[in-house]
Structure formats: C-alpha cells, structure tokens
Ligand binder design. Structure first.
Ligand code: LLP
Length: 424
C-alpha cells in the first residue's frame, strides 16, 4: 500500500472519512508509552507513581485512557479538574498543580477530594491551610521547589531555574518550612520540582534529585516527615528522524540507584518516587493530517506548500521554533529524484511556517500531508486565531477509529458572541 499507515490505520482513508485538518491519536501508542515507563519503575521494585501531565492533552476520553493505563493524573486548572471529574476519574489519583490557583479552584479541588495538591508558594500554603480548616479536610500536600537547575532545552520551557515564577525558591525553603506547626491543617508529605521540558540528558534530573533529597533531609529536621519526592516531567521525545530517544529504562535505573545511595549517605528514608510525564506519554501517539492547497514557487528562493491548518492548531513552531517531520500520506512510495526541498506553511494571516525545509515527494493540491509526533501540546494549545474552527480529534484503537472531540463549526465560533443592546 502506498499510503501512510499510522498505528495500523490508513491515514488517507481517515482524512477522507473525517476531513482535514485532523488530529489523530493512537490509544495503542499511548498504552505502549505508559507501559515503557511503568515497566522501568516496576523493574526497580520501589514505591512509585506516574502522574500523566494533562496539560499535554486532556479530554474526557483521555482521562479514561489514563485511568485504564494505571496512571495518576496531574491537573493544573479548574478546567482540567472539571474534565477529570466529568470523566469519573478517581479523585484520589488526581494531583492538583498550578502556580497561581484561584480560591474557587482550590475549593473545587477540596470539594471533590483530590488526592494531592502541589503548593507553589508560601502564600498558597497559607491559603490551603485556611481552606483546609474551613472544610475540615486535611489534604496531602507537596511543596514545589525551584531547584535552580538549568536543563538544556528551549528557554521558554525551562521552569526550574533560579529566576523562575514556579515554586518556592531554593533559598526560601528553610524559611517557608521552618516549623511543622505553621500549617497544622495540612499533611505536608514531600517535595516537588520540575526542571523543564523536552530534556534528553539525565544529568540535570539526577542533579535535581540530589538537591531535593538534601533539602528533604533538612526539612525533616523541622519536624516534617518527607515521604514523597516528585521530580516532575520533561522527558524528551524524537521529533525529527534522527533525534535521539530518551532512554527511560536506563534513566529510571540510574535514578533509583543514585537516589538510594544519596539517601544512605545523608540518612534519609528512601522516599516514594513520582514523575509527571506529559509529552512522553502522548507526543508520539499523535499526528495531524492536512490537505495541501496552494503550491507556490518563489523563483530561486523556496517552494511553499500551503496546508489547511497552521499556527491555530499547532502554535509550537511559532512559539518555540519547534521542529517537526512530515510525510505526504498518499505518496509513500517514490524515487529519490522525485523529492524536493519545500517549506510547509499554514493558512493563517501570518508567516505561520509549520516546517522549514523538509524533503518531500512533489506535492500537488489535494495531497494529504501528515505532520508527525503532534500528540502533545498541539490540541491543548490550539486557538481559534483567524476564527478558524478547531479540528476534530479521532482516536485509534486496534482496528477501530472514533471521534473523541468533534470538529468545531462556524456556529461554535460565534456561540459566545453577544451584541450590546445599542446594536440590537
Ligand atoms: N509537571 C510540571 C510541573 C510541568 O510544568 C510540566 C510541563 C510537566 C509536568 C510535563 O512536562 P512534559 O513531560 O510534558 O515535558 N508547551 C510547551 C511545554 C510546556 C511544558 C510546561 N510544563 C511545549 O509545547 O513544548
């Protein structure tokens, strides 16, 4: 067959059936990714928990997939929490994050008895303590620390540096947690850090673990029992053909070995280890299908292939200079001399290049282009820029395919518009 097959499905047929642009997500690949991570921890025979970071991609169906895969769920807003509640996700397996949670969101988390809350500041700990007293509910709390570690990734997605809006700065942890009697209504059980996203190198993770373990030892001295350490997400995935793959198995083994040694060295009980992968679980499980429209050659410069989507459904190239690979889904068999270097541009009224310089077989209007590895932070960061309706999301499982998010319509686009009285 000449068409691009993704997760055992003919993508050209999917494009015909559901239209384009189309997000395609494979439950089988999500399960494989989750299994890879679970197996890595299982082998080490330790107490662990994998919290899927919902910000990468979350819908009601995704909550079911996450639950089915045996993962916990990390949510960062009332909207993500609401999605989990509506999906019937077990609330004790939900961890509520966020760097500036509103009181209403915190109360919603309490009322729905979420398992854990990650506090981002001293001020938030005080608010949590007050709400816990009012609600007569003592939740498990972890304190997020900004460990001051640079991970080699795009500047915009580094989150653990000294100068960061996230977490309690390393230098202030002593002050914030100096007295276990300060937050009597909270059950503070450990620390959290997240050093960035799309990281391939395990060294910054180990460095973060060391910093956090030493801190936990210190905090135990203030009367807290530090039972859990959450090292966040950030595991890189390959976007281009030659990108390396983050070896989770080796990383987890080294992390556990390293952590055990450090704990012995400093006299700390080995804590439960938690991670929060988003991209790793869902990134490679998604592709986006587009239809090729205008093909424009600028003499001696470049050839533009325009597709029927762009920065509205994938803002990552514009935001982070993110790189992607693509294939022409209906032209998978071609000879080398048919290939040409082209630039894929979107349809927005901006220079919304999706991919600069990619080798593809000669494209014509009507061809189907598949951009690969778009499962994470594409649908979840999509907008209606230029009043473009958001694409549908279709889920693949075995030989089945079904819509899990309907394509938006023009009616949806104007649904919340209101005319002021003076124009009625
Ligand atoms: N935990 C925390 C506290 C985080 O802030 C994040 C991501 C994660 C876990 C999951 O990270 P992951 O495993 O997916 O790398 N929009 C950007 C990524 C921003 C990530 C922000 N935090 C992108 O499209 O690359």
């Amino acid at each position: 067959m000449d068409n691009f097959i993704f997760s055992n499905h003919d993508t050209v047929e999917l494009a015909k059936k559901y239209g384009t642009p189309l997000y395609v997500l494979s439950e089988d690949i999500i399960e494989e990714n989750a299994e890879t991570m679970k197996t890595a921890f299982e082998k080490c025979n330790i107490d662990y928990e994998i919290n899927y970071a919902g910000k990468a991609f979350l819908t009601i169906a995704m909550c079911k997939i996450v639950e089915n895969a045996g993962l916990s769920l990390d949510v960062v807003s009332g909207g993500e929490l609401y999605t989990a509640i509506k999906a019937g996700f077990p609330m004790e397996k939900v961890c509520f994050h966020g760097s500036n949670k509103s009181i209403a969101e915190i109360e919603m988390a309490f009322d729905n008895k979420v398992g854990k809350i990650v506090a981002d500041s001293e001020y938030e700990l005080e608010i949590l303590d007050r709400i816990a007293a009012k609600k007569n509910h003592k939740p498990k709390v972890m304190v997020r620390v900004s460990p001051g570690i640079e991970a080699h990734t795009h500047e915009y997605v580094q989150t653990g540096r000294i100068d960061s809006k996230f977490g309690v700065p390393l230098k202030l942890v002593d002050k914030v947690l100096s007295d276990s009697k300060k937050f009597i209504y909270l059950n503070i059980i450990g620390l959290h850090c997240h050093i960035g996203s799309q990281i391939y190198d395990e060294k910054p993770f180990l460095l973060a673990a060391e910093t956090m373990l030493k801190l936990m030892k210190k905090i135990e001295g203030y009367g807290f029992e530090m039972k859990e350490l959450n090292l966040g997400g950030g595991f890189g995935i390959p976007y281009l053909k030659d990108d390396s793959v983050f070896d989770v198995d080796t990383y987890v083994q080294r992390l556990v070995y390293f952590t055990k040694n450090k704990c012995d060295e400093i006299g700390l009980k080995f804590p439960k280890l938690l991670v929060e992968p988003g991209r790793f679980i869902v990134g490679t499980a998604g592709i986006t299908l587009y239809e090729v429209g205008i093909v424009k050659e600028i003499p001696h410069t470049r050839k533009y292939i325009s597709v029927d989507g762009g920065m509205a459904d994938n803002p990552r190239p514009a935001l982070y200079d993110a790189l992607y690979h693509a294939v022409v889904a209906n032209k998978m068999v071609f000879s080398d001399d048919e290939e040409e270097l082209v630039t894929i541009s979107g349809r927005c009224c901006e220079t919304d290049t999706l991919i600069t310089d990619v080798l593809l077989p000669k494209c014509e209007p009507g061809d189907i282009l598949a951009v690969l590895n778009t499962g994470a932070y594409n649908y979840s960061m999509a907008s209606n820029y230029n009043r473009l309706p958001k694409p549908a999301v279709v889920l693949l499982k075995d030989d089945k395919d079904q819509i899990i998010v309907e394509r938006e319509t023009y009616e949806d686009i104007i649904l919340k518009d209101r005319l002021p009285d003076w124009y009625k």
